[in-house]
Design a protein around this ligand. Structure first.
Ligand SMILES: Cc1cc2nc3c(=O)[nH]c(=O)nc-3n(C[C@H](O)[C@H](O)[C@H](O)COP(=O)(O)OP(=O)(O)OC[C@H]3O[C@@H](n4cnc5c(N)ncnc54)[C@H](O)[C@@H]3O)c2cc1C
Length: 414
């Protein structure tokens, strides 16, 4: 295990004055879907848990707002689904991909589940709801503005973290530290676990445009002349993903904003009347798409879950689903040892063992879609034809199941 070494420079720095040291059983770094769900389930089972979130709120720019059927089933198991569905949301039972070479639809509405649709809800609402529900349990502690910067290591084991809100340093000591701090995980960096990466053939430019009622709702996908767009309904606006060939952002920038506006308007003619609202490159946010996984998800006293352990390609939008399923698997396997105070490294390894293969299988499926569909779709000037296989009903059914539940349905057992 490698942790952040104290350099000569750091040794010369003024000694940190620790404001306080808190003690908990499980310290979770990161209040995203993975961290919030794990914290909720542990607290519900009487495990003392401290959730540290770097930001002052849960609002995110350009994040996923999807709750797939697997997540709704979990909410149902937890007795939270009805209350959650009282919050503003939209539902999507099927998804159409329109291309110059034909259209294809993925239909979730026939799936055997109480929730045969994708629930669209701003992630901030979901996370606020979940953490508010967790606050009913006295053993749940949420600390916002808590930017975790160091791990505390003793005798080769992680025993907590140090974080820094604006007022100084604090420490949390715990039997287990969970890194649920997303794709740029500080915890993963500090422990020295590397991601094994593969590079999907695209990057994504995100931007927003106002949504009019006549546009329709839910999700729409379009492939047109070397460009792919996926539009996500966020009530009053569309969050639009513009997939571009990997590494071509500079070239697109050099061609200028008018060229971007024209490209969007050609592919999505009903957006043409709004394209002048895109006036500045700052309105476009570049997401370098990657697909990756840690070889090892754990170290003594520490576990990585969600994007911190594996970044999923955006194909099929399974990132949140997978992050939440990691959290459920971790809760199933670790609640008893945490309650009994006998957590071992083998318990942490079991979480990776259970979740690693569904991640690998999904990433392989996403890789196949990227190679067989997206690569061709992103070649300008070449007529694009959807591969025949995606038109086959049973293939579309498999795709619907993978989107809804992932490779392995994870049920809560605690
Ligand atoms: C632009 C974009 C669009 C996406 N769209 C979709 C979609 O439609 N559907 C889908 O399923 N997935 C989507 N994803 C992926 C999805 O957002 C992630 O897979 C999912 O959020 C991962 O959850 P997580 O809890 O592991 O990490 P995150 O959601 O990244 O949460 C990590 C949390 O840790 C906090 N944190 C980070 N560092 C620290 C620190 N040092 N100390 C304390 N806290 C820290 C962060 O503030 C954050 O709240 C999208 C991703 C992006 C970037």
């Amino acid at each position: 295990m490698t942790t952040n070494k104290v350099t000569d420079e750091q040794e010369a720095a003024p000694v940190k004055v620790l404001e306080d040291v808190q003690h908990t059983t499980c310290c979770i770094v990161g209040g995203g879907p993975a961290g919030a769900v794990l914290a909720y389930i542990l607290a519900r089972n009487g495990v003392d848990v401290t959730l540290l979130e770097k930001h002052g709120d849960f609002d995110r720019d350009f994040r996923g707002d999807t709750l797939h059927p697997a997540i709704m089933e979990l909410m149902d198991q937890l007795g939270l689904a009805d209350r959650l569905l009282h919050l503003y949301h939209t539902r999507l039972g099927s998804f159409n991909l329109n291309t110059d070479g034909g259209a294809v639809s993925i239909d979730l509405s026939h799936l055997l589940t109480k929730y045969p649709y994708i629930t669209f809800m701003p992630q901030v609402e979901f996370l606020t709801f979940l953490t508010d529900e967790a606050k009913r349990y006295p053993c749940f502690h949420l600390i916002m503005d808590a930017d975790v910067k160091e791990l505390i290591e003793e005798n080769g084991k992680i025993v907590g973290v140090r974080y820094q809100p604006p007022d100084g340093w604090h420490a949390v000591r715990a039997a287990l530290t969970v890194g649920a701090d997303g794709r740029f995980s500080k915890v993963r960096h500090l422990i020295g676990i590397e991601l094994v990466k593969s590079a999907p053939p695209m990057d994504v430019l995100w931007f927003r445009l106002p949504r009019k009622p006549e546009d329709g709702e839910g999700v729409a996908g379009t492939i047109h002349d070397g460009a792919m767009f996926v539009m996500l309904d966020r009530d009053t606006e569309w969050q639009i993903a513009y997939a571009i060939p990997k590494g071509k952002y500079k070239q697109i920038q050099a061609a200028g904003l008018p060229a971007v506006r024209q490209k969007v308007a050609e592919a999505l003619p009903y957006m043409a009347d709004r394209m002048e609202l895109i006036k500045d490159w700052k309105q476009l946010s570049l997401l370098a798409v990657e697909s990756s996984m840690c070889r090892r998800w754990y170290a003594p006293g520490l576990l990585l879950i969600g994007d911190a352990a594996h970044v999923m390609s955006p194909v099929a939008g399974v990132g949140i689903n997978y992050a939440v399923q990691d959290a459920v698997a971790a809760a199933n396997l670790l609640t008893a040892p945490l309650q009994q105070g006998n957590l071992t490294v083998a318990d942490l390894a079991a979480v990776q063992q259970q979740r690693e293969w569904p991640v690998k299988v999904m990433q392989a499926a996403q890789g196949a879609v990227q190679e067989r569909i997206l690569k061709g779709a992103l070649q300008a000037g070449k007529p694009f034809k959807l591969p025949l296989i995606i038109r086959l009903p049973f293939v579309r059914n498999i795709a619907a199941r993978l989107i809804a539940f992932g490779v392995r349905r994870v049920r809560l057992k605690v």
